[in-house]
Design a protein around this ligand. Structure first.
Ligand SMILES: [Mg+2]
Length: 279
């Protein structure tokens, strides 16, 4: 899709959306169910002490962005796909209903639209399909995008962006970011993860709006040079340029997404020209 001509004159040329608790509300309960599944995995598969699991789960999430990233950093060895299948496989996805209002809003935005989630591809597809939003996005940056098993054989569909997209373009930069995927997970809120996403999607951060419900992700997004929107609350957090209590309020809060800057300027200048003629 050639968006370069379509978006000429707009303030932003790309919209980057977190998915969970951003494109649908926290009140669906998916987040809580996911945490319960993670705790169960820690108990049954990593044989951690039952009384300590809830606190460790939250502490690692806070420190590393995802509990999984924290577990890996602490040396726990497990298969990434097996972990994702366990924690997402039994989520109450039926609580997610199609959202035609958001679908129409997204389709009406002229910019390139990308989902940027820490979750795995299977979960991203489940959620976007249930919400009826999958076709609204040009691509998805997900767990597998930032943490591929290797650089050349990433099982992704047409929507998902991969390291190999940018690998050919800028081999040295990507190689320099190489790390041990057995012990380290690249994910938000790491500024590096956001910078890699910017590089893979070939974004201009100054012309990109980043939507996320996490204050830490917003702070990192700002540090990476993005324009930022905190979602799910009406007050600003450090690093946020805008606050949206719900993604559905986007048109009222951010009308510039739809406005052509040149057209606005013309409208402002027009009365002055008329005055001059009449005088
Ligand atoms: Mg989120």
């Amino acid at each position: 899709m050639d968006t370069s001509r379509r978006i000429a004159g707009f303030k932003y040329d790309c919209l980057l959306f977190d998915m969970d608790d951003t494109l649908y509300p926290l009140s669906t309960g998916l987040n809580l169910a996911c945490r319960k599944n993670i705790e169960e995995y820690m108990l049954k598969h990593l044989h951690m002490e039952e009384s300590e699991v809830p606190k460790i789960c939250v502490d690692l999430y806070r420190e590393y962005g995802t509990t999984m990233a924290g577990l890996k950093a602490f040396g726990h060895e497990f298969d990434n796909d097996e972990f994702h299948a366990y924690v997402h496989g039994r989520l109450p996805y039926k609580k997610l209903k199609p959202d035609p209002v958001l679908r129409n809003l997204l389709f009406s935005m002229p910019q390139r639209k990308i989902v940027f989630t820490n979750a795995d591809q299977a979960h991203a597809h489940q959620v976007l399909n249930r919400l009826g939003l999958k076709e609204c996005f040009d691509s998805i940056i997900c767990f597998e995008t930032l943490n591929p098993p290797n650089y050349t054989n990433v099982p992704t569909d047409n929507l998902a962006l991969t390291w190999s997209n940018s690998f050919n373009k800028d081999c040295n930069q990507v190689e320099n970011r190489c790390f041990n995927s057995k012990t380290q997970i690249l994910c938000k809120p790491s500024v590096e993860a956001i910078e890699v996403a910017i590089q893979i999607a070939n974004l201009d951060p100054r012309k990109t709006l980043f939507f996320d419900d996490s204050a830490r992700n917003i702070a990192s997004g700002k540090a990476a040079g993005l324009n930022t929107v905190i979602v799910g609350r009406s007050d600003l957090v450090p690093g946020a340029d805008y606050a949206l209590s719900s993604i559905h309020n986007i048109k009222e809060a951010l009308p510039e997404i739809w406005e052509v800057e040149g057209e606005l300027q013309q409208m402002i200048q027009s009365p002055a020209v008329e005055t001059m003629v009449l005088a």
